[in-house]
Design a protein around this ligand. Structure first.
Ligand code: T3D
Length: 265
């Protein structure tokens, strides 16, 4: 598939998807969703991909749904937004969460509406100091989607989730980090360097082990202690048979750096 709204690349174990409609702050169109679906399927099917970076081109990360992608005006036939969620946003969130490798999101600028919540669906979110997060939905009479009502209260608690969602105020990246909404906020000039170092680290890591960590931590939001202990046992059993575990232990004993393959075997 030829991409026009995103840029995709995979090299050295690092897959990169860049949202690439900078003149519209990388807002989502149906065409962009189609390209994202295709690119995420490529990442999932590529055994050499060990970490994925999601970022945006230009001064914004993503302004959510492109409000001009279809006709919405008083008196016109209503658009079925449920169909849009079902077709595009729900699968996108589940694809990011389900990828068996870490997903890093570099928030280079404003992240609004679904753009904010797609960032929160990623595993590690690093934002530039000038970036911000806006639950813009309430400004146009909608509810936070793309997992916003799931992620927000779990990440920042009910009081802050309600304030963000009901007021639609701009949350600066530093405050987002201070509140625990994201992993880290760095100076604008340090964003690329910081993200590249993180990607290098994750691309050398025991990928299947990281995938299991991601799965277990995401599962814990709705789990009991008993079910979580069961899951940990099952994952540990599986990982204990992996070459990366054997290599990790051997490297520790030999006092040398490990050389992980990231392969399941
Ligand atoms: O399918 C469904 O609809 C259901 C799913 C919904 C999910 C959603 O995401 S709903 C929420 C949609 N998003 C928004 O409501 C955010 C709209 N954008 C803004 O509020 C502001 O643009 C920002 C706060 C994000 C940034 O403000 P600012 O001042 O930095 O930039 P700007 O001047 O507003 O935007 C720059 C350009 O991008 C501008 O175009 P122009 O004037 O230069 O020709 C603007 O119209 C365009 N743009 C920004 N966001 C969108 C957009 N065009 C279409 N759709 C957008 N969402």
């Amino acid at each position: 598939m030829r991409y026009e709204s995103i840029v995709y690349d995979c090299a050295g174990g690092i897959a990169r998807i860049t949202l690439n409609r900078p003149d519209r702050l990388n807002s989502f169109t149906a065409a962009m969703h189609g390209e994202l679906r295709d690119a995420l399927a490529r990442v999932a099917a590529d055994p050499t991909a060990r970490v994925l970076l999601l970022s945006g081109a230009g001064r914004g990360f993503c302004a959510g749904q492109d409000l001009a992608d279809r006709a919405v005006a008083p008196g016109t036939e209503p658009v079925d937004l449920g169909l849009s969620i079902e077709t595009h946003y729900r699968p996108l969130v589940l694809a990011l969460r389900g990828l068996p490798l870490p997903v890093v999101c570099a928030v280079n600028g404003v992240a609004a509406g679904a753009g904010a919540n797609i960032a929160l669906a990623c595993d590690i979110v690093i934002a530039a100091k000038s970036a911000s997060f806006i639950q813009a939905f309430c400004r146009i009479g909608l509810v936070p989607d793309s997992g916003g009502t799931y992620f927000l209260p779990r990440l920042v608690g009910s009081a802050r989730a309600l304030g963000l969602a009901l007021l639609g105020d701009k949350l600066p990246a530093q405050q987002a980090a201070d509140w625990g909404l994201i992993w880290q906020c760095v100076d604008d000039a340090a964003l690329t360097r910081t993200v590249d170092a993180l990607l290098e680290q994750l691309a050398q890591a025991p990928t299947r082990g990281l995938a299991a960590i991601k799965r277990a931590l995401h599962a814990s939001a709705d789990a009991t202690l008993e079910s979580q202990l069961d899951l940990e046992r099952d994952l540990q059993r599986e990982l204990g048979r992996s070459a990366d575990y054997q290599e990790g232990v051997a490297a520790f004993i030999a006092k040398r750096p490990p050389n992980f393959t990231g392969h399941p075997g």
